[in-house]
Ligand binder design. Structure first.
Ligand code: HEM
Length: 158
């Protein structure tokens, strides 16, 4: 069984999780907020009590911030020795930023790691076949929602 400590050794798994959260962010618009006072950011002034959504899904796939932003590349989170890089670019924000940043981040990463590793361990003796006609699309049905279209996977004993 995988344990939490194993995260320090499973560099590619950690990079895979980090990239999955970047590439198809669970909450592309984060959580809505309101300004508590008139606020100026750069050349924009936002009045008091205005609803704000941060389109973090876009920031995390912005070509200006990310090399090959629309490719799924876990390697972008590995250094030249294949070690998981724990420092994050500013444009990496699957859990939001600032004082309302997601308090569940550590728990979420810990869970994702255990589920992913357990899945890989339990499926080693299977060929994983994807519906050959429909294939798999990782693009959501409604743009920037988090639900991919349904697809069929067959686990066939080797
Ligand atoms: C992959 C899993 C998760 C993702 C991607 C995620 C993402 C987010 C995001 C983007 C926000 C908004 C942050 C902001 O406003 O800047 C948020 C807020 C929040 N999340 Fe998560 N979250 C995840 C898992 C969890 C878990 C496991 C918990 C609790 C056990 C949790 C509890 C919360 C709470 C309470 C807030 C509101 C914080 C506040 O407004 O002060 N989240 N999350």
């Amino acid at each position: 069984m995988p344990r939490h400590e194993d995260r320090n050794r499973c560099h590619y798994c950690m990079a895979f999780i980090a990239e999955a959260l970047r590439y198809r962010n669970v909450a592309p618009f984060g959580v809505g907020h309101n300004t508590v006072c008139r606020t100026t950011i750069d050349k924009y002034t936002i009045p008091e009590n205005t609803g704000i959504l941060v389109y973090q899904g876009y920031i995390m796939r912005n070509e200006k911030e990310w090399e090959r932003a629309n490719d799924f590349m876990p390697e972008r989170f590995l250094d030249s020795e294949g070690q998981f890089v724990s420092t994050r670019p500013k444009a990496y924000m699957p859990f939001g930023v600032g004082r309302r940043v997601c308090p569940g981040e550590r728990l979420a990463i810990a869970d994702l790691f255990l589920v992913l590793v357990r899945f890989l361990q339990r499926t080693q003796r299977y060929d994983i076949l994807v519906d050959s006609i429909a294939g798999v699309s990782v693009d959501p049905q409604i743009p920037d929602s988090s639900n991919p279209p349904e697809f069929t996977i067959i686990f066939k004993k080797k």
